[in-house]
Design a binder for this molecule. Structure first.
Ligand code: MTE
Ligand code: MO
Length: 524
């Protein structure tokens, strides 16, 4: 309707999230969304876009880019952006708010996957240097912007809603002062960790960020037990434990509209250690990791450890969020058109391991020795060359299952040796353990040192300068060799990792846990 008024962007700005009549811009059109807010399935998060363009938000919440949504929006059209504020028919770029402008600074050593939203993995050399990943090197997985908190974080409120609609409110200050604090040492691992290997190893691209080995980190968390807060809010824990409560799921919501849920059984398991955490490695949570409050669900996929936690509700259903219902599920390698309804949401993690450090030493000539052949005849064995290799990495399993063994192969998986598991959580001579909690929630670091025999290497390319005048001038071992080192772990249920990514490839690239193969070059 060309007769509708034209508004300057400065006027639209007055109709922000605090105004009684919030407006948004889409394309060159202005909409008054006052009557939409109550019916908006995503709740009031839409107010974040009020006073400006909704497009940067719909780039994040891409489910909105459908005719259905455009039709709804059409009902609220009130006018157009004044041509003075348009460039090529759209609001000028500098007029559009950047949803990520308040995001915190990031440590330069983190390996950035995407800057907006922020996704970054822990640098490989820092992965297992420490048992507890330093806070500023802990991997970051954000689906949206990092919410800002009012001046006094103690006043941040968590609402807890029971199935009958009863709501209790707790400020962070209440949580810290009214409930006992607990510590839990736990790794968080994204379901997409090692997705890169799944795509490369199977030759089929899996959808999602191509994480390498660094979408997992380990920390000591401190907070209050979810079950203590649920009990205080009026939930009948004994009924929950007996399986007779109507509530089957605990739904978490974050301030920026992320949401996920866990089964009630895990939430109230006296040995489940589910925390509402405010500290990480002895410091307040960094903003990227959920300041001032996050759920920590040890043993489960990290997608359930909701950051910037603001609301909990008990329900007979899982969280309605897209991250519970439309993502973080696994499928078979044959399933490319998937049925999201029937596949279960990922909760407990399977067993995983990776090589995060690898150093090759000098070649050594192993002393030649006599040997007996099959007929018992003594023969001289030719001198063998071998190269020293030092490997390190992590191993982790979900559900609190301990890692019992880490196997390493220096010849691509033909023969195996055992790595040494570092005693990070074991108690020695009565010394206190550095691990807290009832399950094996933390990762295990492992080390392996061994000699790689020359015949484990393959020639990767022929170099002409090795031969002069038809005769090799070089002494063995030859140049340009490559070997494949492999790791796999086994947990206390004797679950182990699959050999190939082809066997577990899935369209979403979740749970890439096949043997980690690392090709190394020996360019001595
Ligand atoms: N919580 C909120 N509110 N928003 C998010 O985007 N991402 C989830 C989870 N909790 C997310 C969230 C996912 S998929 C992962 S892997 C972990 O947070 C990452 O936690 P981290 O960034 O502290 O490593
Ligand atoms: Mo994740």
């Amino acid at each position: 309707d060309p007769n509708l008024p034209r508004f300057r962007i400065a006027d639209v700005r007055k109709h922000d999230g605090r105004s009684e009549n919030p407006w948004i811009i889409y394309g060159d059109k202005v909409y008054d969304i006052t009557d939409w807010i109550a019916g908006h399935p995503g709740g009031e998060v839409i107010l974040r876009a009020a006073g400006g363009s909704i497009e940067p938000y719909w780039d994040i919440f891409s489910i909105h880019k459908t005719q259905y949504i455009y039709d709804i929006l059409g009902q609220f059209l009130i006018g157009y952006v004044d041509t003075a504020d348009l460039v090529d028919g759209r609001p000028a770029r500098e007029e559009v708010e950047d949803p990520f402008s308040e995001d915190p600074e990031r440590h330069p050593a983190l390996i950035t996957m995407t800057a907006k939203p922020r996704n970054a993995e822990t640098p490989t050399d820092a992965m297992t240097a420490d048992f507890l990943t330093p806070n500023d090197l802990f991997y970051v997985r954000n689906h949206m912007w990092v919410p800002t908190i009012p001046e006094d974080p103690g006043q941040h409120t968590l609402t807890v809603e029971l199935e009958d609609g009863t709501v209790k409110e707790y400020t962070l200050h209440d949580l810290k002062t009214r409930f006992p604090s607990h510590k839990v040492t736990a790794a968080l691992q994204c379901s997409g960790n090692r997705r890169k290997h799944m795509s490369e190893g199977s030759g089929r691209k899996a959808n999602g960020l191509p994480w390498n080995v660094g979408a997992i980190s380990n920390a000591s968390w401190e907070g209050v037990l979810l079950s203590d807060v649920l009990a205080d809010a009026g939930f009948d824990i004994p009924a929950g434990l007996a399986g007779t409560s109507e509530a089957k799921h605990v739904q978490f919501s974050g301030l920026e509209a992320y949401g996920a849920s866990i089964p009630i059984k895990k939430a109230i398991d006296p040995q489940g250690d589910v925390l509402l955490a405010y500290n990480m490695n002895g410091q307040a949570l960094p903003r990227d990791h959920g300041f001032p409050l996050r759920a920590v669900v040890p043993g489960h996929v990290a997608a359930r450890s909701v950051k910037w936690l603001s609301h909990i509700s008990l329900s007979d259903e899982e969280s309605p969020s897209q991250w519970q219902r439309r993502d973080y599920k696994c499928f078979g390698p044959n399933q490319t058109h998937v049925d999201w309804e029937t596949a279960p949401a990922i909760q407990e993690m399977p067993v995983q391991s990776a090589i995060t450090g690898c150093r090759l030493g000098e070649w050594t000539k192993l002393p030649s020795k006599s040997d007996k052949d099959a007929s018992g005849k003594t023969r001289k064995v030719k001198a063998k060359y071998a190269q020293q290799a030092t490997l390190s990495g992590y191993a982790y399993s979900g559900g609190g299952r301990a890692i019992v063994r880490v196997d390493v192969s220096l010849d691509g998986g033909k023969t195996w040796c055992q790595a040494k598991i570092l005693p990070d959580c074991t108690t020695k001579n009565g010394a206190p353990s550095s691990c807290f909690g009832h399950g094996s929630w933390a990762w295990k670091r492992w080390r392996y040192e061994g000699m790689v025999p020359l015949d484990a290497f393959e020639q990767v390319q022929q170099k002409t300068d090795d031969k002069k005048g038809g005769k090799s001038t070089r002494k063995p071992p030859p140049k340009h060799l490559s070997a494949t080192f492999v790791v796999k772990a086994t947990d206390e249920s004797y679950n182990t990792q699959p050999e190939s990514h082809s066997a577990t490839w899935n369209v979403r690239g979740n749970l890439a846990t096949a043997w980690h193969r690392l090709q190394v070059r020996s360019d001595n």
